[in-house]
Ligand binder design. Sequence first.
Ligand SMILES: NC(=O)n1nc(-c2ccco2)nc1N
Length: 322
Amino acid sequence: SPSPAQRAEILRRQIDEAGKAYYDRDEQLIPDAEYDRLVRELEALEQAHPELVNADSPTQRVGGKAASRFAEVRHAVPMLSLGNAFSDEEVQDFVRRISERLRRDTVRFSAEPKLDGLAISLRYEDGRFVQGATRGDGTTGEDVSANLRQIKVIPHTLQGSGWPQVLEVRGEVYMARADFEAYNADARLHEGKVLANPRNAAAGSLRQLDPKMSARRKLSFYAYGIGEVRGGELPPTHSATLAQLKEWGFPVSELCQVVEGGEGLLAYYRDIAERRDGLAFDIDGVVYKLDDRAGQEQMGFVSRAPRWAIAHKFPAQEQTTT
Ligand SMILES: NC(=O)n1nc(-c2ccco2)nc1N
């Protein structure tokens, strides 16, 4: 059997070859889980035999070298947690509180699917992506910019024109079901780690310390809100803001819809509940947001959750074992 040095040399060559094919030619010579396994085997080998480590080992690559942890990012505008409604009555109460306080007979909402992924904040300055962070505790998150740059649907520069000097976009990073199934099928084949659900897969991928490893897991993103905005105006309603984000190049779910009153909300909830199993991604409910921003400001927040938005969750689903 080959000596540790020979084994390390074989591993290095395989990893470098697969890495080059992937980054230079966007060619996947070996599946993700296999690549991860090779890197982990080489790291273990180098740990056991430090004399084997040399500058050009893929585990030593600058940038690619696994950092120890992520830098912290303070959110200038806290990333909200949502209050929950579990019944139609609670939804009606939510609407009633708003129509009474705003003295409006009819209230319009932005109704949206509640993606079950990872909330993140993307910061753009002069139309260029400068930083991305996880939600963390809502006030302080982790800087995962390098990993977010690998997600193809997240724009590095904004399209169109008229964006504010500073624009923070909030949204959900998720792994589509098909990509999740493919990842697990491959993990089983190569004794990789089988993941429990797409949400864990997305979280695990985004928190990969090595951007090269994170890049190998197919993640996606939907924008659903705004954080800090400086040096520019956004439209007066949430729905118009989503439309504007779409023009600037952000993916926005086609399922987002403006509806009126409690009836509109509940009809939307039932419609999405029916379509849920056929969606390309996991959702765990829908989100209702008062559409006009002036009204949102009047309603304010209860502790950390807004009075102007709630999530309406679906009953827990027995998780199919993958
Ligand atoms: N997870 C998700 O899809 N979300 N989350 C919000 C949200 C969270 C706080 C304010 O808005 N909106 C949508 N569509």
